[in-house]
Write a protein that binds this ligand. Structure first.
Ligand code: ATR
Length: 275
């Protein structure tokens, strides 16, 4: 029986077992996908023993993504670009690593807002953490020419710009409202708007009418930012699609079937989120 898991610290709230469990049942695969709570100082041991413990691989979540990237034997381009891994698998005794968050975000964006980059306009990216780094790379790969990066702590945005430097300009956090002018897409990668955090204070008045607003926060599913954007008639892209789509490549690696992100799967997770 093929076995995979998701590791993090804490790991209690991970929805990954529900996603992979759905696909295992759907495809009648005799496999298992479980949660493993792994303390940071035991990560190297855990990964070193993956094969012995019967795992084909695992997903990696907070706070292990950077450490997992460093511990892998073989890393792909996406993981190298972001210096962080969320999907690991064993092949010929070696630990391979990828970062499928980028694929997850970009696939969901394409599906929810087809043609989002047709006019080649700038993109406004809010936040400069690990998620922003992944999305910045994805946007670069998709051919975005100008990215305006806004972050409360400007030095973090500058670090990110120095890491990529492809058409990224760092703009003061206080200028985020005006800075949306001419943008075709706005992406919130900060934690603002998440349950328990204050909403993101962002005026959409300068944002062109045919632009797209994306949020990576999925709890709540409709953040105050997305509600405001919808009310103003903008196309919106929620954070749940990224979570669902990032799981696809890992499942295919471990269990040998490329699964689909269906409305039924989405409804299952939405119900679990209590929406
Ligand atoms: P992740 O790796 O998941 O992206 P992170 O590294 O903790 O998470 O980043 C969280 C992001 O939310 C950061 O951009 C953070 O801004 P700072 O770099 O200034 O910390 C942003 N953020 C969190 N709380 C915020 C707040 N109250 N106002 C503005 N930005 C906030």
């Amino acid at each position: 029986m093929t076995k995979a898991c998701v590791i993090g610290w804490p790991i209690k709230h991970s929805r990954s077992p529900m996603i992979h469990g759905f696909w295992l049942r759907q495809h009648a695969i005799e496999g298992a996908y479980v949660k493993c709570a792994v303390e940071p100082d035991t990560l190297a041991d855990f990964l070193g023993n993956l094969e012995r413990d019967g795992f084909s691989g695992c997903n990696v979540t907070v706070p292990h993504k950077e450490a997992a990237f460093k511990l892998a034997d073989v890393v792909d381009d996406a993981a190298s670009a972001v210096q962080a891994a969320n999907t690991l698998w064993l092949a010929n005794g070696k630990l391979h690593a990828s970062n499928t968050d980028i694929f997850g975000f970009m696939t969901h964006l394409e599906q929810s807002a087809p043609g989002w980059n047709e006019r080649g306009r700038p993109v406004a990216l809010l936040g400069a953490g690990g998620a922003a780094r992944a999305i910045l790379y994805g946007l670069n790969q998709a051919g975005v020419k100008e990215i305006r990066l806004f972050n409360r702590t400007k030095s973090r945005a500058e670090d990110l710009k120095n890491f990529y430097d492809h058409g990224v300009s760092v703009v003061d956090w206080s200028e985020r409202h005006e800075g949306l002018e001419d943008c075709g897409l706005v992406v919130n990668t900060t934690t603002l708007g998440m349950d328990g955090s204050p909403p993101l204070d962002l005026s959409l008045n300068k944002l062109p009418e045919d632009s797209v607003v994306a949020d990576i926060v999925y709890s709540p599913l409709e953040t105050p930012l997305l509600a405001a954007a919808r009310q103003k008639g903008r196309r919106v892209v929620d954070g749940l699609g990224m979570l669902l789509h990032q799981a696809v490549p890992g499942f295919e690696r471990w269990f040998g079937v490329r699964p689909q992100v269906t409305a039924e799967l989405r409804d299952l997770i939405v119900a679990d989120l209590g929406e």
